[in-house]
Design a protein around this ligand. Structure first.
Ligand SMILES: [Zn+2]
Length: 64
């Protein structure tokens, strides 16, 4: 397994969610804005962040 894969799994296990647009940490239960993109679920703190993501998803997905 690559280092990236390992990091990714740790990330999933911690259930820590980051809003990719504003980089804010959000609670999964409080994340009412979610979106499925390229087979993955993404969560956002607000509708504005979600809209920004849908406008230019590649800018955010690749920065992770
Ligand atoms: Zn946000």
């Amino acid at each position: 397994m690559s280092e990236y894969g390992l990091l990714c799994r740790t990330f999933m296990e911690n259930m820590m969610i980051i809003d990719l647009v504003c980089k804010m940490e959000i609670d999964e239960e409080a994340a009412s804005y979610s979106l499925n993109y390229d087979g993955k679920d993404y969560f956002f703190c607000s509708e504005g962040c979600m809209e920004e993501f849908t406008r230019r998803p590649l800018d955010y997905v690749e920065s992770v």
